[in-house]
Design a binder for this molecule. Structure first.
Ligand code: MTE
Length: 317
């Protein structure tokens, strides 16, 4: 997600994440590795974090192998903690995901500020295995825990004029070094990090209000305590640590589009035929694999195609 400033994307970001693992992450990984065969056999989550019960929704199961927990939690984009892949795991240890509130407002009949506990009780928690494709050219396969965002949306009753949904991440420079002025904040983003979806995209059954992964409460570096996951779009659409969900009539401004409009559009659907201005999107490197694989249209989620009928996907990228 780096914005071009003379140099190109650092090869380390898309080649060898192992180089980026610190000693602590290595130790956690070694422990996870020791337990891996037992866990895989018994379906038991890795031995870290607080367990979170959920029922696996097998209709989203994939033939793809799952990304290792250690990789999914140490190779992250979360610019509030810094721009390097290891910053979120290394710098989020003291982040406080509780108490937490999310304000849901804008063009709705019943605006409400929900406590995290209200959100956790809103709908039965499901485990869903989704592909995640980052715009930078790498991908993962992650067992998320959450419920369809539509369950939350229905509670606030959007008005007829609501056409879009805007998500905003917490602003708190005391907790997010990347939001402090200075060396950490060279990602070029304005805070809060905002993202947006069209209302029909937000209501799509694939769009997940996410509170956990790998059988446990969402780790801080992955967007605790709640984030969205929109698997047919590039990863940056999946805003982390959300404190506000606002319904609007107009397309909301989004963090990456504001920072580099020529590179990041509003829709950002995974599309191997529409290149990023500086690199091809035809293939991807699945973290943990070496040979690149072909990127699938809509990241393989063909069921969303009808949302975009009649649109020129090269223009509305
Ligand atoms: N949300 C916030 N608030 N800040 C960010 O920097 N990065 C995005 C997205 N959500 C980001 C964010 C990007 S670029 C990606 S690829 C995904 O989070 C990464 O999610 P993961 O670290 O759980 O894999």
């Amino acid at each position: 997600m780096l914005i071009k400033r003379g140099g190109d994307i650092r090869s380390g970001e898309i080649t060898d994440q192992a180089l980026y693992l610190n000693r602590r992450a290595f130790m956690v990984g070694a422990a996870a590795l020791a337990f891996a065969p037992i866990m895989a056999a018994a379906g038991v989550p890795p031995p870290a974090g607080q367990p979170l019960a959920a029922t696996r929704n097998k209709s989203f199961d994939l033939p793809d192998a799952m990304t290792k927990f250690q990789d999914a939690t140490t190779y992250n984009n979360f610019y509030e903690f810094g721009v390097n892949k290891e910053d979120p795991s290394q710098l989020s240890g003291s982040f406080k995901p509780r108490p937490w509130k999310v304000q849901v407002d804008g063009l709705v009949q019943k605006p409400k500020t929900f406590d995290l506990d209200d959100v956790l009780k809103m709908a039965p928690l499901e485990e869903r295995v989704y592909r995640m494709r980052c715009v930078e050219g790498w991908s993962m396969v992650i067992p998320w825990i959450g419920f369809p965002l539509s369950d939350l949306i229905k509670r606030v009753e959007p008005t007829g004029s609501a056409k879009y949904v805007e998500f905003s991440t917490l602003v708190d420079p005391a907790q997010f070094p990347g939001q402090k002025k200075g060396i950490f904040n060279f990602g070029g983003l304005d805070w809060p990090y905002t993202e947006g979806l069209r209302l029909d995209e937000a209501l799509h059954p694939l769009t997940l209000m996410t509170v956990g992964m790998y059988g446990q409460v969402l780790p801080n570096q992955n967007g605790a305590p709640m984030r969205v996951v929109v698997p047919w779009k590039y990863g940056f659409k999946s805003a982390k640590s959300i404190v506000r969900i606002r319904f609007t009539a107009d397309e909301p401004k989004t963090a990456w589009n504001k920072a580099a409009p020529q590179e990041y559009g509003f829709y950002s659907n995974v599309n191997p035929k529409v290149d990023h201005p500086r690199w091809s999107q035809a293939t991807e490197r699945r973290i943990g694999e070496f040979r690149r694989r072909e990127t699938l249209m809509w990241n393989g989620y063909d069921q969303v195609a009808s949302l975009y009928t009649g649109m020129d996907l090269k223009k509305q990228y």
